[in-house]
Design a protein around this ligand. Structure first.
Ligand code: NAD
Length: 494
């Protein structure tokens, strides 16, 4: 990987594209409006991106529909789509440095993470679906003798992928991979806070061989471009990752327009339960800290609620405090940085308000808090003796704040873990196999990790119970969202 000085040199020579990508070419918003892109680590303005409105969305949807109906992509064989998507993944890999740098400048996340995890993760996702799509079969129904009935899955049409700012390119590819592989036309609407890598993707898509209109990028605000997509009569499906509040709004918009399918990956307030019979507390502490502080805590499945048995609580929290030191914020372009800046000043203020609120509610601040200076930095923060009823334990802070909640026995741990409107992820640490199965079964979460926090790869589905969303990203299950299921019933005459 490059040194900090080399990253800065690349930054100084970077020609940043800032327009939307519609029908195979870059274009400004029709209204000519733009919005500023700020580097949250330095407060410098990086560029101004197109502020698209409903007329830009109308054009993108029209092009997407045309491409779909012409069958330029949707009627290609799965093997042909696979070849193009593999090439798309190759191009992301060969432009890894520029993409990693854009991701870090735009979001404040450490360059080491953008370069080693986010961008390769995005390419790997596209490749996984490229390789999967020509191995998916339909079904033949077990009907009576004179009937042949089969069940097939066909592309749904025009998909809008609306994604957040915490893993901009990677999470976009969680939608693009299965949606494009299945033959849909996709319009990507990145967060207004992190659009640069999505924009960059436009030219790579065309270079890879995706026909015009099959992959487009519409930039701008959620309440403008995003809302126009959500209410559009000719969008068939919204694949959303973001907050629970906006997920609800999208469902209303779908209900009030054309009943488009809405699949939402939303918020989380995840319980990480450490039992007294955990046989490796050092490892549990290290993974607890990483689980909560990785990506500045801006992770939907962050391990934000640490439920720890009262008999080991003090000893364990001391270990977590020392593990948290590995996440002291640094310049994101410093290759040693493992914690960068939060997404913007507004979000930093919100996180600091929650830290103050937790203390006002009775929690004890064990470490962390504000970092003074221009950037949006906050230290890894631990609030001890939190009660699960407190707002800091119930609401998603989406920053580097760990709430420690002691418990007395297994039943209480499960009750506390499930006492949340969210149900995205949960973990438990125990060396007792009976307890592992007993507890894992009762946790209301889409992913349960045992003796690890947040491991997984493309082979497993990801998504939430309750208000953490519906549908699943990753694995073959994700393809279901982007296809219609069709029954064909044929009466056979003798
Ligand atoms: P957000 O809901 O504010 O925005 C997400 C996207 O929706 C953005 O592109 C935004 O522009 C768009 N949007 C906003 N208002 C809209 C509207 N009225 N109509 C249409 N689109 C609109 O979320 P955020 O702040 O960008 O991201 C943080 C949230 O994302 C957290 O709640 C986090 O838990 C969640 N998240 C969930 C997952 C998951 O897989 N479950 C993963 C990452 C992030």
């Amino acid at each position: 990987m490059k040194t900090r000085e080399q990253w800065i040199e690349l930054k100084n020579n970077l020609n940043i594209e800032n327009r939307a990508y519609i029908n195979g070419e870059y274009s400004s918003a029709m209204g000519g409006d733009t919005l500023d892109v700020i580097n949250p680590a330095t407060n410098e303005t990086i560029t101004q991106i197109a502020r698209c409105q409903s007329e830009d969305v109308d054009l993108a949807v029209k092009c997407a529909r045309q491409a779909f109906q012409q069958g330029l992509w949707s009627n290609r064989s799965p093997a042909q789509r696979k070849a193009v998507l593999n090439q798309f993944a190759n191009l992301i890999e060969s432009h890894r440095e520029e993409l990693a740098l854009l991701e870090t400048l735009d979001t404040g996340k450490p360059i080491a993470h953008s370069f080693s995890t986010d961008i390769p993760g995005a390419a790997n996702t596209l490749r996984w679906y490229a390789e999967a799509i020509d191995k998916v079969y339909g079904e033949v129904a077990p009907t009576e003798k004179d009937v042949h009935a089969f069940i097939s899955h066909q592309a749904i049409g025009v998909v809008a992928a609306i994604v957040p700012w915490n893993f901009p390119l990677w999470l976009a590819c969680w939608k693009l991979g299965p949606a494009l592989a299945a033959g849909n036309s996709v319009i990507l609407k990145p967060s207004e806070k992190s659009s640069l890598t999505a924009i960059y993707l436009g030219q790579l898509a065309s270079q890879a061989g995706l026909p015009n209109g099959v992959f487009q990028v519409v930039t701008g605000f959620g309440h403008e471009a995003g809302d126009a997509l959500a209410k559009h009569q000719d969008v068939d499906c919204i694949a959303f990752t973001g907050s629970t509040r906006i997920a609800g709004q999208l469902m209303i918009s779908a209900g009030e327009s054309n009943l488009k399918r809405v699949f939402a990956e939303a918020g989380g307030k995840n319980a990480n339960i450490v039992f007294e019979d955990c046989d490796d507390l050092d490892r549990a502490a290290a993974e607890t800290a990483a689980g909560c502080f990785y990506n500045q805590g801006e992770v939907c499945v962050a391990a934000t609620r640490l439920l720890v048995h009262e008999s080991i609580k003090d000893r364990f929290v001391d270990k977590v405090i020392s593990a948290a030191q590995a996440f002291m914020p640094k310049d994101p372009l410093d290759t040693e940085s493992s914690m960068g800046a939060l997404i913007d000043q507004e979000h930093k203020a919100k996180v600091l308000d929650y830290i103050a609120l937790g203390q006002a509610e009775g929690a004890v601040l064990r470490c962390g808090g504000d970092v003074t200076g221009v950037g949006a930095f906050v230290e890894p923060t631990i609030l001890d003796n939190v009660d699960n009823k407190m707002r800091v334990a119930q609401e998603e802070i989406f920053g580097p704040v760990l709430c420690v909640i002691p418990f007395k026995d297994e039943a209480q741990a499960i009750a506390i873990a499930n006492d949340s409107k969210y149900g995205l992820g949960a973990a438990l640490w125990s060396s007792n196999i009976n307890r592992v199965h007993r507890v894992a079964k009762q946790l209301e979460a889409g992913s349960v990790w045992v003796n690890n926090y947040n491991e997984g790869d493309m082979t497993v589905p990801f998504g939430g119970f309750k208000m953490s969303g519906n549908g699943r990203d990753k694995s073959l299950h994700a393809i279901e969202k982007f296809t219609e299921t069709k029954t064909t019933w044929i009466r056979l005459h003798p």
